[in-house]
Design a protein. Structure first.
Lengths: 313, 413
């Protein structure tokens, strides 16, 4: 073979020898699934199975209070639920809690976070005070506030008496008891909001404030144009979590008012408990729980959509 | 649980030590005294040890607790002490096992030894589902010293009680700020607060078949009577916050002239170290509505066998001991808990120690049972929420009764 032919004819192309497959490259997809399996299994066990069981139970007439055996009734529990005046009341009350306590906790929480973010010489007492309400069990907070507002022994009425006013039976009035329950919830939840916002505040660069001060910006203008925009992502997270928690309000009104007077503070979560435990109507309680689950799921989806949009932006 | 486990391990040698775990209600059911009588039992039966647990201060909290456990077919408890209103519901749910096959030939003799109300409450469809621990009913407690001072007779109508209470309150001023204390909070006691004035007008809530027979005007009159006592200051303004223990404490502190409460409160008034009213207490049947007849609410607590118990035979033996005249005598002597056995009311020695047994017997015999229903949880919730709302002023008596009617119509049909 001359050089000329070599130049004219194309060189024969040999296929590349197959690379030896390592144990890890058997399939990255399989490996991924394998690694995810424990988490998926756990999720299936603690989330999918109970939710599936709940939906299944909601299609049955399952009254443990004697009489008939459990039997399949399709969507009848859901039809009953739509006509139930207690459900309507409880749904309105729950909505009320969301509307009042979520913004309430956000406002108080931001204020608390701003205070905690000031340059304190000793930081831990402030942080501890911030954390304490969140660390207390819900029902414990409910009992504290029930005692606060008690007609005979409550500190609020003690104060009123000292001011020469007549005591008020807060927890016996539908309006006042709702207000009292909201106050307790806001007190409890604002420390959670404050913790999240405080984390957000600490990421705001100090130079921005220095520059703003040089430009003669007032404190309010600094808050409005620097702090607020930069903590908005933290606020959004706090708002979603608070909304989910407020939708599921149970412990505080249960401990404070047992849903009274005249069911004026009863929430959907409390109604589920009443139907399941007091009335032993497992099917109906399950249908109510499915309703609450779907509502919570919608709020979570809104949140997820926001997260994805931010991630892709 | 852990100690039970150890006990089983340690006892696995020569003779197995069986641990029986019993639910004993709350403190008002005197677990301290039950412990004492169970220690006696354990001495006589060294192979058995009995653990007592309590949970929930009020009857409806205990019901919630047990319902949660038993819904899940929990095996923690072998037997439980439950309020008289519960056996029917628990039996229907299959949570308690009828005792007939354990009692055998003793069944009829045993039933005959109980006061009629307890024979009735312990039987569901002819089967013995509970054994009475002690009996109870709502009584009117009054301050003998105050009635003597103002030369007042024991009232037999609520109107008379209101009048007398106002006279005492006016005379005593801040020392006795409350005329009468009843249970107005949405607890089980509020069911009796609703029913006793209603019943005293000769009305029934259900017929023999368990169907609702609510006479709405009579029920409204009953609630209006309470509202009248509230408006005139005989009842304290936040009566809708008052639970059984609050009434006990207020009366014990000498701040109330009259109180409606269960028989077990007598022990607290008479024996507690901090009681200001020792020796000054009178006890009488509840007053009636004008022109009516006094009717009390029957109470009492009963022992039942859990369907999920792992030691049924041993548990029944313990429960039969706990529901025996011997134990009833101890509970009466040491805790002023009223016996459910007729024979003890004829016992001279016991009567000498507890002279008020003879006053209590006619009240127990005349007291009426709250509706027996497999859906009692709903019945109770409905009545106590409406009663408390009416006493709080959150609803008018008419609204409250309408709500009771429309809800119970669905439940008691």
């Amino acid at each position: 073979m001359t050089t000329a032919t070599l130049l004219k004819e194309p060189l024969p192309v040999h296929p590349a020898p197959p690379r030896p497959r390592s144990a890890w490259s058997i399939g990255e997809r399989s490996l991924g699934l394998l690694l995810l399996a424990p988490a998926i299994l756990l999720l299936a066990l603690v989330v999918l199975y109970p939710v599936g069981r709940l939906v299944y139970a909601s299609l049955w007439d399952m009254r443990l209070s004697g009489g008939a055996e459990a039997h399949f009734i399709g969507l009848r529990n859901y039809a009953d639920l739509l006509a139930d005046v207690d459900v309507r009341h409880a749904a309105l009350n729950t909505l009320g809690y969301v509307i009042v306590t979520v913004p309430g906790a956000l406002i108080v929480g931001v204020a608390l976070a701003l205070v905690a973010n000031l340059s304190w010489r000793v930081k831990w007492p402030v942080r501890l005070a911030l954390l304490l309400p969140w660390a207390l069990p819900m029902s414990f907070s409910g009992l504290i506030f029930a005692w606060f507002f008690h007609t005979d022994f409550g500190v609020v009425n003690d104060l009123l008496r000292r001011l020469g006013m007549a005591p008020v039976s807060f927890l016996l009035s539908p309006t006042w008891s709702f207000v009292a329950v909201c106050l307790a919830s806001i007190w409890k939840a604002s420390s959670f909001v404050a913790l999240i916002v405080l984390a957000g505040l600490q990421t705001v660069p100090a130079e921005l404030y220095q520059a703003a001060r040089l430009d003669g910006a007032s404190r309010w203008a600094q808050f409005r144009h620097i702090t607020l925009p930069l903590i908005t992502p933290s606020l959004a997270v706090a708002a979603i979590f608070r909304t989910l928690a407020a939708l599921q309000t149970f412990d505080i009104p249960y401990a404070m008012t047992q849903g009274g007077p005249a069911r004026s503070t009863e929430t959907i979560a409390m109604l589920i408990q009443t139907n399941a435990i007091d009335y032993l109507d497992v099917g109906y309680a399950s249908a109510l729980a499915v309703l609450l689950f779907i509502t919570s799921l919608c709020v979570s989806l809104l949140h997820l959509r926001r997260v994805y949009r931010e991630a892709s932006a | 649980m852990l100690s039970a486990g150890f006990a089983v391990l340690l006892g696995a040698g020569a003779h197995a030590n069986t641990v029986i775990t019993l639910f004993a209600g709350g403190n008002a059911q005197r677990p301290d005294l039950l412990r004492k009588v169970l220690d006696r039992y354990q001495q006589a039966h060294p192979d058995i040890s009995v653990e007592l647990r309590t949970g929930g201060a009020t009857s409806e909290l205990q019901r919630k607790y047990l319902s949660t456990l038993l819904n899940a077919r929990d095996t923690t408890f072998d037997g439980f002490l439950i309020d008289i209103v519960n056996p029917a519901q628990y039996a229907a749910a299959g949570w308690i096992e009828p005792l007939d096959r354990y009692l055998g030939a003793d069944k009829d003799k045993l039933i005959r030894s109980w006061l009629p109300a307890y024979a009735e409450a312990s039987l569901v469809d002819g089967k013995v589902v509970a054994l009475p621990a002690f009996s109870d009913a709502t009584f009117l407690y009054y301050r003998k010293d105050l009635l003597d001072k103002y030369k007042l007779a024991v009232p037999t109508s609520w109107d008379a009680l209101g009048r007398d209470a106002r006279q005492i309150q006016a005379g005593e001023g801040a020392a006795v700020p409350e005329g009468l204390s009843i249970q107005g909070a949405p607890i089980e006691g509020a069911v009796c607060t609703f029913l006793t004035p209603y019943w005293s007008q000769g009305k029934q809530l259900t017929d023999a078949a368990g169907h609702l027979t609510l006479d709405k005007p009579a029920a409204v009159r009953g609630l209006q009577m309470w509202r009248g006592l509230l408006a005139s200051g005989v009842l304290k303004r936040n009566i809708a916050e008052v639970k059984t223990a609050d009434t006990v404490n207020a009366f014990k502190a000498g701040r109330v002239a009259y109180a409606v409460n269960w028989g077990f409160a007598f022990g607290a008034f008479q024996n507690d170290a901090d009681s200001q009213v020792k020796g000054k207490i009178g006890i009488a049947p509840l007053p009636a509505m004008a022109g009516g007849q006094s009717v009390g609410c029957i109470g009492g607590w009963q022992w039942s066998l859990s369907s999920f118990s792992q030691h049924k035979t041993e548990t029944v033996a313990v429960l039969r001991y706990l529901s025996s005249p011997e134990v009833a005598r101890t509970l009466a002597e040491d805790g002023a808990l009223l016996p459910a056995f007729s024979q003890l009311y004829r016992d001279t020695a016991l009567n000498a120690k507890l002279p008020w047994l003879q006053q209590a017997l006619p009240v127990l015999e005349r007291a009426r049972a709250r509706p027996v229903s497999a859906r009692y949880g709903e019945v109770s919730d409905t009545i106590r929420v409406a009663t408390s709302a009416a006493l709080a002023g959150a609803q008018s008596p008419e609204q409250a009764v309408d709500e009771v009617d429309s809800r119970l119509r669905r439940v008691l049909r």
